[in-house]
Design a protein around this ligand. Structure first.
Ligand code: UDP
Length: 322
């Protein structure tokens, strides 16, 4: 049985869709930001808190768990700057509780959702896993802290783990049955698509004076199903003993500016956006682009879906959920 913590969220629920085809899946989620409807019905769902030791004890004593995938976290850069306590509590303290109970029950295979925000302001055009990690916001710092804790747990307790550093997840499942659904929504692509559906008056572009060709921030967008597939490969590598520890970047290797994303959304939807240019958002580096060469070399993973296909799948999902 594979335990998916935070499986009702965006990336967790898409990973479950891939995983339930081959494995027994148990989901723990407190539904603070996720949705129970997003969890595939073939998975067992338990509502509970990863920071609640009693909830965890019940789960770990009732089921034989081979590995844990941990998606549950707060993940908004801007919010983390304003409310760091929430981020260090939910992302660090609660993850430690999960790890503590795992160690107690001798569950020693772990897949951890990390982020490009661990890098901070990049010195390299393409970030590799060896690039300097110097996060510039509490969200990135909270994730890097857990990465460091995992390394210590490997040495002290023989915890085997894979850290996956996501770049910008986007898109929706090909069935359009699940997709990106945050409340409130803060991410660029869903915000643009909601605007193009008439659900928002305009789009605000945060900052036009970055050191990028058009002055807006550049990010590497990756389809959520590509991310999901990387989790399956990482899990298999741990379960078969091929890997004891690894850190992998997950991105497409191509950067798009905020303006380019808006233009691509306009092209895919054949609609025109109304844009306002505003101040920078706190905590945003100018550019984040992944090199995902390492996971290609070691596990054979490569992102398959490019930007237009990513936006098209997101558009299909948003149209269905107006
Ligand atoms: N962004 C923007 N307007 C919005 C939302 C996001 O200009 O309404 C920008 C944001 O500043 C960043 C990029 O779009 O440069 C991607 O932001 P998002 O929140 O989607 O993901 P993040 O990179 O923070 O994980």
């Amino acid at each position: 049985m594979i335990l998916i913590v935070g499986g009702a969220g965006y990336i967790g629920s898409h990973t479950i869709k891939e995983l339930v085809e081959k494995s027994e899946v148990l989901v723990l989620d407190n539904l603070s930001t996720g949705h129970q409807w997003a969890v595939d019905e073939r998975a067992i769902f338990v509502k509970g808190d990863l920071g609640n030791e009693e909830d965890l004890e019940k789960i770990f004593s009732s089921y034989t768990i081979d590995a844990v995938m941990h998606f549950a976290a707060n993940s908004l850069v801007g919010e983390s700057v304003i409310n760091p306590l929430k981020y260090y509590h939910n992302n660090v303290t609660e993850t430690l509780t999960l790890l503590k109970v795992m160690m107690k029950h001798n569950v020693k295979k772990f897949i951890f959702s990390s982020t490009a925000a661990t890098y901070g302001i990049p010195k390299d055009d393409f970030l590799t896993e060896l690039s300097l990690t110097k996060p510039i916001n509490p969200y990135g710092r909270s994730k890097l802290m857990i990465e460091q804790i995992l390394e210590d747990f490997f040495h002290a307790y023989d915890l085997h783990y894979v850290v996956l550093r996501y770049f910008n997840a986007a898109g929706a499942h090909e069935s359009s049955s699940i997709g990106e659904s945050h409340e409130p929504e803060t991410h660029l692509i869903p915000i643009i698509l909601q605007h193009l559906l008439g659900q928002r008056e305009k789009i605000s572009v945060f900052g036009t004076d970055y050191e990028t060709p058009d002055g807006t921030c550049i990010r590497d967008y990756i389809h959520v199903t590509d991310l999901a597939k990387a989790h399956i490969l990482a899990l298999n590598a741990l379960l078969t003993g091929r890997k004891q520890t690894a850190i992998y970047n997950l991105g497409n290797g191509t950067g798009y500016s905020v303006k380019e994303i808006i233009e691509t959304c306009e092209a895919v939807t054949e609609r025109q956006a109304k844009i306002e240019y505003v101040e920078r958002r706190a905590g945003d580096p100018a550019q984040l682009i992944a090199s995902s060469e390492k996971i290609f070399q070691e596990l054979g993973w490569k992102a398959q879906l490019k930007l237009p296909a990513i936006i098209e799948s997101a558009w299909n999902w948003h149209k269905r959920n107006v």
